[in-house]
Design a protein around this ligand. Structure first.
Ligand SMILES: [Zn+2]
Length: 270
């Protein structure tokens, strides 16, 4: 009897410690690391030196991500929203898949040609290439955390780019990353809102009041994590008054915003 109690106590403490370790951590730009304590997901994080004008992870974090070292040793899933090089590059993803036999990937179907060009072999069997049109929703099995994908438009001028959002469940909470969702979104609205506890969304939906209203009309959202700030030196940020001003407007746009914009800055999922 005593022994059974000890076992129950042990199991309880193990599950509690997993719960305590459930975290969302920022990598760089739109890159995030989400962990339930025992396994984890990399979202839009494996793009090495990315694109000029956008922030990239430090050499140490990039090396650990690509080689599945340290905090990134238990990655179950690599997700990329779309093929733009500030969100994914084939070789860094391939390096992780080779370093970590347990890792799987969900990539847009358009990434297949880049993975082939990078020299992918059997690792391709661990990749799910997703091709969702704007407005489509698809639940997927086979991952440590429940996954639902959303077809989200990358906006005018980028209609030929498949952009996918991902929602995962960790500790009973939902975490969603929308990639480069831009402009109005077919299929989602006040009649069928997307309910989510932690929403990673580009800052461009937040720094203007009418866009904040739009986001609130398509999401039932508890916490918003703004992302995709470019470098202050970029023409883009300078054209909007500089990074400091863009961040100030973004972070004061609603009362449910979480600041998570430094490398490996983490928040608990609770
Ligand atoms: Zn982007």
């Amino acid at each position: 009897m005593y022994c059974i109690r000890l076992i129950i106590l042990f199991l309880l403490s193990v599950s509690l410690s997993f719960a305590q370790d459930a975290q969302i951590c920022h990598i760089a730009n739109t890159g995030f690391f989400v962990s339930n304590g025992e396994s984890s997901v990399l979202m839009d994080a494996l793009y090495a030196d990315g694109m000029d004008g956008d922030p990239v992870a430090s050499g140490v974090v990039n090396s650990n991500m690509e080689n599945a070292k340290g905090r990134f040793s238990n990655v179950d899933l690599i997700f990329a929203s779309h093929i733009h090089e500030d969100h994914m590059k084939a070789k860094p993803i391939l390096r992780h898949l080779r370093a970590n036999d347990n890792a799987k990937a969900i990539l847009p179907a358009q990434a297949a040609i880049f993975m082939r060009a990078a020299g992918i072999g059997n690792e391709n069997e661990r990749i799910h290439y997703a091709d969702l049109k704007p407005g489509e929703v698809r639940a997927l099995d086979g991952y440590d955390m429940p996954v639902t994908l959303y077809g989200l438009s990358h906006g005018a001028g980028n209609e030929d780019i498949t952009n996918i959002g991902i929602k995962i469940e960790v500790n009973g909470k939902t975490i969603m990353h929308v990639g480069d969702m831009y402009g109005p979104q077919a299929g989602f609205g006040p009649q069928n809102k997307i309910t989510v506890d932690y929403l990673m969304i580009p800052f461009w939906y937040l720094y203007r009041p009418e866009r904040v209203e739009y986001i609130q009309s398509i999401f039932n959202v508890q916490n918003i994590i703004p992302m995709h700030f470019a470098l202050d030196s970029s023409e883009w940020m300078q054209s909007m008054g500089g990074l400091k001003s863009v961040k100030e407007r973004t972070y004061s746009s609603t009362d449910n915003i979480i600041t998570l914009d430094q490398e490996m800055m983490c928040i608990p999922i609770k």
